[in-house]
Write a protein that binds this ligand. Structure first.
Ligand SMILES: Nc1ncnc2c1ncn2[C@@H]1O[C@H](COP(=O)(O)OP(=O)(O)O)[C@@H](O)[C@H]1O
Ligand SMILES: [Mg+2]
Length: 256
């Protein structure tokens, strides 16, 4: 049985319109703690809009989002990240004119250095935090194979490496749940394989995932459970096996 404490993310009756277009039209989704959950659907189904609602990049017209037992739909993306829910973007948001290491350090949250009084009082503490963040960033870059690039500019990375860097950056904030918007899109097959391995490893360390992806091999091999969205609303959900054999889902894709 699914108890509420085994659910890390629970979104109910979400609505979002852009002008007359109902991009998300009464959608719901649940992510079990410790799972790798998939979100699929034809182009324009509202998947990215749903992610934007789940991570508060936009506010719902109606509905609620519960993360780890707390409502989060009134919070800012930064506050949600502090609670342990972080995301990546369909087009990776990597700053081209910062180095790879600097891009990683951008994610570090609420440093003592942000508070001016503490800046005067706690120089040593700030130095220590900066050093710890730097070591953590280097260790994560090492684990994803980007350590050789740490002083290269973000702009010098390939599309796939940017996706990897954006994913690596989410780990700087000790996430409980990572939302990935098309992690394999535009990525070469070798790097896709590596990205899948990293996701599996991070999941084994206790991080839950919700992944939007068009690459069905990636979705079917990674996910425990899959939600299908079409025209802003739920079409089906189930195990990879169930979804692969669901006639309604197949029809929605063939009509794409
Ligand atoms: N900011 C926006 N303003 C207007 N329309 C939008 C906006 N964001 C998304 N849409 C529209 O909402 C629908 C769903 O888009 P999206 O969530 O990006 O779908 P998906 O990620 O499933 O391809 C599309 O018709 C898209 O054009
Ligand atoms: Mg999208």
């Amino acid at each position: 049985m699914t108890t509420s404490s085994s659910i890390i993310l629970n979104a109910k009756e979400l609505y979002k319109s852009f002008g007359g277009l109902k991009a998300v039209n009464n959608a719901h989704i649940q992510v079990k703690k410790g799972s790798i959950t998939g979100l699929i659907g034809p182009n324009g189904a509202g998947k990215t809009t749903l992610f934007n609602l789940l991570s508060s990049f936009i506010r719902p017209d109606q509905g609620e989002v519960i993360f780890d037992g707390e409502p989060i739909h009134q919070l800012s993306p930064h506050q949600i990240a502090l609670q342990g829910c972080v995301r990546t973007f369909q087009v990776a948001r990597v700053l081209s004119r910062l180095t790879v290491l600097e891009n990683m350090l951008l994610a570090t949250q609420k440093q003592t250095g942000e508070d001016l009084i503490k800046v005067w009082l706690q120089q040593a503490q700030i130095k220590k935090e900066e050093q710890e963040n730097r070591e953590k960033a280097l260790s994560i870059l090492e684990s994803v194979g980007l350590i050789d690039k740490c002083y290269d500019y973000g702009g010098a990375l390939s599309g796939g490496q940017r996706k990897l860097l954006e994913m690596a950056r989410t780990l700087m904030t000790r996430p409980k749940l990572i939302l990935l918007d098309e992690p394999a899109a535009g990525v070469n097959p070798t790097l896709i394989g590596q990205i899948c391995e990293h996701i599996t490893n991070w999941n084994r360390q206790g991080i839950s995932f919700l992944i939007i992806e068009h690459n069905m091999d990636v979705i079917m091999s990674l996910c425990d459970h899959i939600w299908v969205l079409a025209e802003g609303t739920n079409l089906a959900d189930g195990t990879p096996q169930e979804i692969q054999h669901n006639a309604i889902v197949l029809e929605a894709y063939l009509g794409d």
